[in-house]
Design a protein around this ligand. Structure first.
Ligand SMILES: *[C@@H]1O[C@H](CO)[C@@H](O)[C@H](O)[C@H]1NC(C)=O
Ligand SMILES: *[C@@H]1O[C@H](CO)[C@@H](O)[C@H](O)[C@H]1NC(C)=O
Ligand SMILES: *[C@@H]1O[C@H](CO)[C@@H](O)[C@H](O)[C@H]1NC(C)=O
Length: 208
């Protein structure tokens, strides 16, 4: 009788163990799927709350809160990311280098973006650094255009120095490309074949 009882117990335990093993790889998968779903839902509420916070905060001048993100080492301004390169290149190479990292030379259409990159330029490069921005009149002298072909509407030229002056001291072609100067915090036109560090720009991405 005792043996029979043991035998039944062994069989039962054996069945339970094999059952448990056959379910084991299954269970974490299901758990993972439901965790992933929960994460997606949380991200959605986060995005909605973040947007709501931004709207309300703007109305009571509370500090801004970022609902988007920029790659490491990029400056986050509004919904835009800016990168100040450590290396110096001519304008054409700089334009290409920004494209290679999924962006473009900076298009500074408002004071917020302009002031933010000037400040960062001074912080990184000191007082006497020029940085390329995506502005040129190389196609038609005097008609300044951004690298996305949009016209120049708001400008921050150094008017005290009568910029842009197309000064021919840099070569017979004059000065067809633009830099931000971190000392005067304004723009100068310079020869496109000079070498300067650049400011690249791309859209900030939604928090993934
Ligand atoms: C913020 O203020 C504007 C203008 O006063 C108003 O139209 C808008 O509904 C307000 N937004 C929020 C989220 O309170
Ligand atoms: C052009 O640049 C040279 C050298 O930087 C400078 O001496 C000269 O005054 C500039 N000309 C004008 C019209 O600004
Ligand atoms: C830029 O090009 C001009 C010719 O247009 C040349 O005289 C000058 O030396 C070049 N400058 C540099 C820094 O390459």
């Amino acid at each position: 009788m005792m043996m029979k009882g043991h035998a039944i117990l062994f069989v039962l335990v054996g069945l339970l163990v094999s059952e448990a093993y056959s379910q084991a790889p299954d269970k974490p998968e299901k758990e993972m799927a439901s965790l992933k779903l929960e994460l997606e839902l949380l991200k959605n509420s986060y995005r909605q709350l973040c947007q709501k916070y931004t709207d309300v905060a703007a109305n009571c001048s509370a500090p801004a809160f970022k609902c988007t993100e920029c790659p490491d080492k990029w400056l986050h301004v509004g919904e835009q990311c800016f990168f100040m390169s450590p290396d110096r290149q001519d304008f054409a190479t700089s334009k290409q280098k920004c494209q290679e990292i999924g962006g473009h030379l900076a298009i500074l259409t408002n004071a917020e973006d302009h002031d933010a990159v000037e400040k960062e330029g001074r912080r990184i490069g000191g007082l006497y650094t020029n940085y390329w921005i995506g502005l040129t009149d190389i196609e038609t002298e005097g008609i300044w255009k951004w690298v996305d072909d949009s016209p120049l509407l708001r400008s921050f030229w150094n008017l005290e120095k009568h910029e842009p002056d197309n000064n021919v001291s840099g070569g017979e072609e004059g000065e067809d490309c633009a830099v931000v100067d971190s000392y005067s915090q304004s723009w100068y036109d310079v020869p496109c074949n000079f070498s300067y560090p650049r400011i690249c720009q791309k859209d900030a991405s939604a928090i993934p």
